[in-house]
Every structure is written in C-alpha cells, then in structure tokens.
Ligand binder design. Structure first.
Ligand code: PLP
Length: 413
C-alpha cells in the first residue's frame, strides 16, 4: 500500500470492530466485501437494537393502550423524527415508511399517477435508472395511456443536460431521476435537474438509494418533491425504506393501499382516510425495521456523513489509480463527480469468471446487469464487474483486489 488515508478522527480499524460480519474468512481468505451498493453490512448497535426490541418490547403499534404497545408506538414515531432530521424534512408527516426504495417509487407511481396523470401526459426518467425507477413508471404509463421519455447520457455516463431541457414540455407531469447511479457511480447534477423542472412547474422524484449513504442530504435545500431510499443500503435492516414527499403533494395523493391504520372511519357505504403519514401506511408496517433503521442513522450520523464521504472519496481515488494500472481494464462510468462505485470489464474475460475467481480469494464483488438492463444495452455489454465501497473498506483490501485481478488475468490469459 503506497497511500495512507489521512482522515482525522476516522479510524477505520476501530470502526470495523462495530461490524461482526467483516471478521470472517471466506474460502480461507479474510473477507473483503465490495458489494455495498447491493446491501451494506450492519453495525452491532443495529443488531442489538433489533434483538433487544424482540426480547423486551415487541408489540404492535398504534393499536393498544397497554404498556408495550405504547412503547412501540413511541419508538416508531421517534424513528420517523430521526429520519426527518437526517434528511431535514420540514415535517415528520412527510416521512412515510415503506418496504424500501422500490416500494416507495411504486407508491408514488400509483398514487401520483392516479391523481395527476392523464392520457398523453409524459414522465421523464434517465437512461441510467435502476429497474426500480423504470418499471413502476412503465406500468403507470400503460395504465394511464401516458408516455415515458428518457434523458440520454454520454459515454462517460453523464446525463446530457441540454437534451434534458428539451424534454421538459408542458406534457411532462413528473421527472424521476436517480441521484447516484448504482452501476456507474455518477453523481447526477440533481439540483440543476430539479431547478429546470421547477421552472416549468414540474415536480421531481429523486431516487436516493445510492446517494443518502455517501452524500449529506437536505431535502429542503434540494427542494425535491419526493426523495426515496432503502434502510438496508444505509447500514440498517432490510424490508424498510423511506418515501419523503412534500406535504402539499402527499395531501393531494390518494392512498395506494387500503387496510388497518390508514382509515378514520369505515362503514360498508363509505370509508374516510387517515391524515398523513398514516394514510400511506396501511396494515402492520415493518415497525422493528423502522426502529433498526433509526439506529443505523444515528450510527452514521455519529461517524459524520462528511467524514464518511471524505474517506470513501480517498479510497475511490486509490482504487481507480490501482485499477487504471491494468491496460486490459475498461471502465464504465467515468463521470467528473462520482460516488465510490466502480464498474469495469477485463478485456476478453467474462464478468462472471472474474467474480468467481475473486470469490475464491474471499473478495465479494457484484457481477451482471445490476438491475439496469437498458444501461447495459447502451454500453453494449452483457454485464460488468462492480466494486462498490463503504467506509469500512480498507486500502489493504483494495490491494487484495488488485492482486486478485492479477490472478484472474493470469488464469484466463
Ligand atoms: N434505485 C437504485 C439506484 C438502486 O441501486 C436500487 C437497489 O440497488 C434500488 C433503486 C432498489 O432498492 P431496493 O431493492 O432496496 O428497493
């Protein structure tokens, strides 16, 4: 290793002690986990919160007057406030708990679509979207006889802003764009995207699944209309996510699921709906997931998102420098501003072969289409190898990755 991380107060070795899963061998080698864009590992405090909750407090929320139920309800609503402060939403009722990013986008696609989309209207997405920010809009467009328009990207994997501006016609009723690409790592100029749409009176949904763990988010400064993300990608549990929406939109939108908790009064003739946020939280939600997610947010807030970003950026630069030393590596996603996600192919070697050999060395990378088939088509590849970093990754692990790639090349020629 020839570069040292120089981030004050960011002791990666101590931080790694918080993550029990990292301290194991895979196929006889120390685990090097580089699949963080798929899901992140959980610190002990999150694991403890979930175990403690099931051990001592488990009880359904918003339903009982007994002690455990009241405790549960209190913790769930406190979790909502933790999320509110984390992304600086103006009101806690603008925070809706969902099953994840996918659940949140589907909720908006259905509910916003029902209320605001008419025949021949248009929805704009980008060419680098995850399937979760493509398919729900296609389904909605099919239902409402509307059209999906796609902002093109260049070979570096950057949105072509001039083309985007041209798409913003009076027919467009919503723009839905990812903040950070899960394949390319591109950090999109989301403030410009939002500003341009707002100048035409068009609301914007930001898919924050790959940004909120790397970049400080302030939804009021961004002025986005919707912001969505998943708990499991920010060191929290699976099955929980967030739909942030400006109150003015959420109040106008109809519920997308019916059931318990989302109602004021039910008769066989007519049902009236609850106020925000419960209008959008039908049935028993993943309340323990919400409480675990709040603990994860407290954990990363304590580390400091700014410090996390600084360390991850230095690790990204180191990784790029090392991988660039291989003339047979071709990168996908070379945008000016990038999160720590690197996609590449080794010339003449199938990504699965690369992934399989690295796995045998204890190195976990992702291979395949990364739920972004249209993006693979754009680059004319079947898939890529993806290395996605987190703040618990080390420079030594990157050196192991580089050695592993040397072995892949030696093995496949
Ligand atoms: N959007 C982006 C950019 C993603 O990377 C992902 C998952 O990888 C999703 C949406 C879907 O997230 P989830 O599967 O947690 O709902």
């Amino acid at each position: 290793m020839d570069t040292q991380p120089l981030i004050a107060d960011f002791d990666v070795q101590t931080i790694r002690n918080d993550f029990p899963i990292l301290h194991q061998s895979v196929h006889g080698y120390p685990l090097a986990y580089f699949d963080n864009a798929a899901t992140t590992q959980k610190p002990q405090c999150v694991i403890n919160t979930i175990v403690d909750y099931y051990s001592h407090l488990n009880s359904n929320i918003h339903r009982g007057v007994h002690f455990l139920s009241e405790q549960s309800t209190h913790m769930y609503e406190e979790a909502r406030k933790t999320v509110q402060h984390f992304i600086n939403a103006a009101y806690s009722q603008e925070i809706i708990f969902t099953s994840g990013t996918t659940g949140a986008i589907n909720a908006v696609a259905f509910s916003f679509g029902e209320r605001f989309i008419r025949e021949n209207d248009e929805v704009v997405i980008s060419a680098m979207e995850h399937h979760a920010n493509i398919v729900p809009w296609q389904m909605m467009c099919e239902r409402k006889k509307a059209r999906l328009k796609v902002i093109p990207i260049n070979q570096k994997g950057e949105i072509i802003l001039d083309e985007y501006f041209k798409l913003l016609t009076p027919k467009v009723k919503l723009v839905a764009v990812t903040h950070v690409s899960n394949v390319l790592g591109t950090i999109n100029p989301i403030d410009t995207v939002i500003k341009a749409a707002h100048e035409k009176g068009i609301p914007v949904l930001v898919d924050g699944a790959q940004s909120v763990q790397h970049i400080p988010i302030d939804v009021q400064v961004l002025d986005c209309d919707f912001f969505v993300f998943s708990g499991h990608k920010i060191y929290g549990p699976t099955g929980i996510g967030i739909l942030y929406g400006k109150e003015k939109w959420l109040n106008e939108m109809p519920p997308y699921q019916g059931g318990g908790d989302m109602v004021h009064c039910v008769t066989f003739e007519k049902t009236t709906y609850n106020d925000l946020p419960l209008k959008f939280e039908a049935g028993t939600t993943n309340f323990i997931g919400a409480i675990g997610m709040a603990e994860a947010i407290r954990y990363i807030t304590k580390l400091g998102i700014d410090k996390i970003a600084k360390y991850e950026n230095s690790l990204l630069a180191y990784t790029m420098e090392k991988l660039s030393g291989f003339d047979r590596i071709r990168f996908y996603g070379t945008a000016k501003t990038k999160a720590p996600v690197i996609s590449f192919l080794i010339d003449g070697i199938h990504p699965y072969d690369t992934g399989m050999v690295l796995d045998k060395l204890g190195i976990a990378v992702r291979t395949g289409t990364h739920c972004a088939q249209p993006l693979m088509d754009f680059f004319d590849v079947d898939g890529t190898v993806r290395v996605s970093l987190a703040f618990y990754n080390t420079y030594e692990e990157i050196d192991c990755l580089v050695d592993g790639i040397r072995r892949v090349i030696a093995m496949f020629g």
